[in-house]
Design a binder for this molecule. Structure first.
Ligand code: ARG
Length: 584
């Protein structure tokens, strides 16, 4: 049990004894970390909330509650301001919790009490279109959420819902037949297909006659023409091979690759069913879902305000020409996931511009009576230093492969400067870990909803909240253990007396609270901020408290704090899919 849970339980008992019958049924007092340690470790506004409900003075109620809480080996209590209760956890309690972590593989993090089956939809690039830095966000956030959810004991299914059935195939098919460079395709399939797409796109603009020819290729594909189907399949195959290479460098994998095309056969019956149920109807030849008036207009995803009036924005699920759309596929995909994977929850890690799309999809599910925890885990954009969308010098979108290559090249320099004597193959391996780690951490330390500036120097810096800083901290801790004789034996108890020791223990113990909290609203940046704080706490401790030169129980305890720091850093970064080198 985490410390705030323990405090909350004890606080509830105190409230019960003070308020008796007047305590509202099911009341759970919130205990949250204090912003400022001078006011203790945690605080609760429970007395203020309840005083309002039972009409009494909040400070007076707080005083009674603190009295009822009594002397506790957990914490000392104080009343502040209008009736906050502040808790200062006793150092011995931190020491006890930290000692318990030493023999716990999970480092205090309890498995969830409500395991769910969770589908996480992330990355999902489009075939023959570039996988660009924008996909970084989805790929890295999605992978992390999957790792954390698994660690918490959920059943997690990761699904790469690639865009493998879009209108781009009209141009690709024509290009494949007329301009494709087979050698280039062998070498770099993603780039080759992309360049075909770009070339045909330009040609279409120059030559008006070409676009209808490409469209005809698309229609042939959609109606099952064997040659076009064959080419289409080859496109998907080579793209997958190219993508797998990138994912391998990022140490990311998927349980399924059920792209859009996997749902082709489900689309027509789905639309028929929605019509039969009266959820969808014809409008100007197309089949659409309109608002059913369930929500207030402000919250209705099928309405927008124009000139002071609410006007309908239906979800189109079949075009007048019979074609199906992104929304249709997503409805079919959701069906598949709830029925075949038995998903309780589906998380879509997709950029914020698709907000409306997902709101509509989830609302159509409500109309159909399909329930579940469906979330659009949205995120903002990546910007260049000029605060405009991140582009190459020539104005192209930056490919993910280029980003990885550049990160590793820069990390190589960092490693070379730090450890010139390291063997070459180790240097290569460490540079890979540091470079990829830097990209991931730069992403995960952001609030996902805000836009962030892609800054090479900052993300590879050895100071500040970066992967290299945390990796270097880990390396420093590990180097302590290389200097001791014999194996480290964990003591049964910790003796902590210095502020820096107590603070490090406080931070270590907090790991158990932070990991589950990241899933509440899918915010990995909480964990990133925590790991940075932990590393800083370690450095302050290491400056203030000699480890190897200390003796007896003090030395044992300090070594134990070092050991736990290394383990929490490694485990925490592991949840981000970031590896820790032993040296760098
Ligand atoms: N392929 C889409 C894109 O690149 C993302 C798909 C996200 N997943 C989904 N089920 N819609 O924008």
């Amino acid at each position: 049990m985490t410390i705030p849970t323990q405090l909350s339980e004890k606080l509830l008992a105190a409230l019960q004894s003070v308020l008796g019958e007047n305590l509202p049924q099911g009341f759970a007092p919130a205990v949250t970390p204090s912003q400022d340690l001078r006011f203790g470790d945690y605080q609760s506004n429970a007395a203020m909330v309840l005083a309002k409900q039972v009409r009494t003075n909040p400070r007076a109620l707080a005083t009674q509650v603190v009295e009822a809480f009594g002397d506790s080996e957990l914490a000392t209590l104080e009343i502040a301001g209008p009736g906050f209760i502040n808790f200062r956890v006793r150092p011995e309690f931190f020491a006890g919790k930290a000692a318990a972590m030493l023999s716990d593989e999970r480092l205090g993090v309890a498995v969830t009490a409500q395991p769910k089956t969770l589908v996480i939809d992330f990355s999902a690039p489009n075939v023959a279109k570039p996988m660009h830095v924008g996909h970084i966000r989805s790929t890295i956030i999605g992978d992390t959420l999957a790792r954390i959810s698994r660690f918490m004991g959920h059943t997690v299914i990761t699904d790469n819902h690639i865009g493998d059935w879009g209108t781009q195939f009209g141009m690709i098919l024509w290009g494949w037949k007329n301009i494709l460079d087979a050698a280039e395709l062998e070498k770099d399939p993603i780039e080759a297909l992309l360049s075909v797409y770009k070339t045909v796109n330009t040609k279409c603009k120059e030559d008006e006659a070409l676009l209808p020819i490409c469209k005809a290729e698309l229609v042939k594909l959609q109606s099952g023409d064997p040659e076009n189907l064959d080419i289409w399949k080859r496109c998907i195959e080579v793209t997958k091979i190219g993508l797998e290479k990138i994912y391998a460098q990022l140490n990311i994998s998927f349980d399924y690759w059920l792209g859009e095309s996997a749902y082709n056969d489900a689309l027509a019956p789905l639309v028929d069913d929605l019509i039969a149920k009266g959820i969808a109807r014809e409008s100007e030849g197309a089949i659409c879902v309109f608002s059913d008036g369930f929500h207030k207009p402000q919250n209705d995803p099928f309405l927008v305000q124009k000139n002071g009036e609410w006007v309908p924005v239906p979800a189109i699920i079949r075009k007048a020409d019979g074609g199906f759309l992104y929304a249709t596929t997503d409805l079919a995909t959701l069906d598949y996931r709830t029925q075949n994977f038995n998903a309780d929850s589906i998380w879509y890690v997709v950029g914020a511009p698709q907000d409306k799309h997902f709101k509509q999809i989830f609302d159509i599910e409500r109309m159909r009576g399909v329930t579940g925890d469906f979330r659009h885990v949205a995120f903002g954009s990546i910007l260049g230093k000029d605060r405009r969308p991140f582009k190459t010098r020539s104005g192209d979108t930056v490919s993910l492969q280029d980003v990885i290559d550049e990160a590793v090249a820069r990390a190589t320099k960092v490693v070379e400067e730090k450890s010139p004597d390291m063997p070459a193959d180790e240097k290569t391996r460490v540079a890979q870990i540091v470079g990829v780690g830097a990209i991931k951490f730069a992403e995960l330390s952001q609030n996902r909803m805000s836009d962030y500036i892609f800054d090479w120097d900052k993300m590879l810096s050895l100071s500040g909240d970066t992967a290299p800083y945390l990796q270097n901290s880990y390396v420093r801790v590990r180097s302590i253990f290389r200097k001791i004789e014999g194996a480290f034996i964990a003591p049964a108890e910790l003796t902590l007396s210095q502020d820096a020791e107590i603070h490090l223990a406080r931070m270590l113990v907090r790991f158990a609270e932070v990991v589950p909290a990241t899933l509440d609203d899918c915010r990995p940046n909480l964990l990133a901020a925590y790991l940075y704080d932990l590393a800083r706490a370690f450095h302050s401790f290491y400056e203030a408290c000699p480890v190897l030169k200390s003796e007896g129980a003090v030395r044992e305890s300090r070594l134990a704090l070092c050991e736990l720091t290394a383990r929490v850093l490694k485990q925490g970064m592991g949840l981000f899919g970031i590896e820790m080198p032993e040296r760098m």
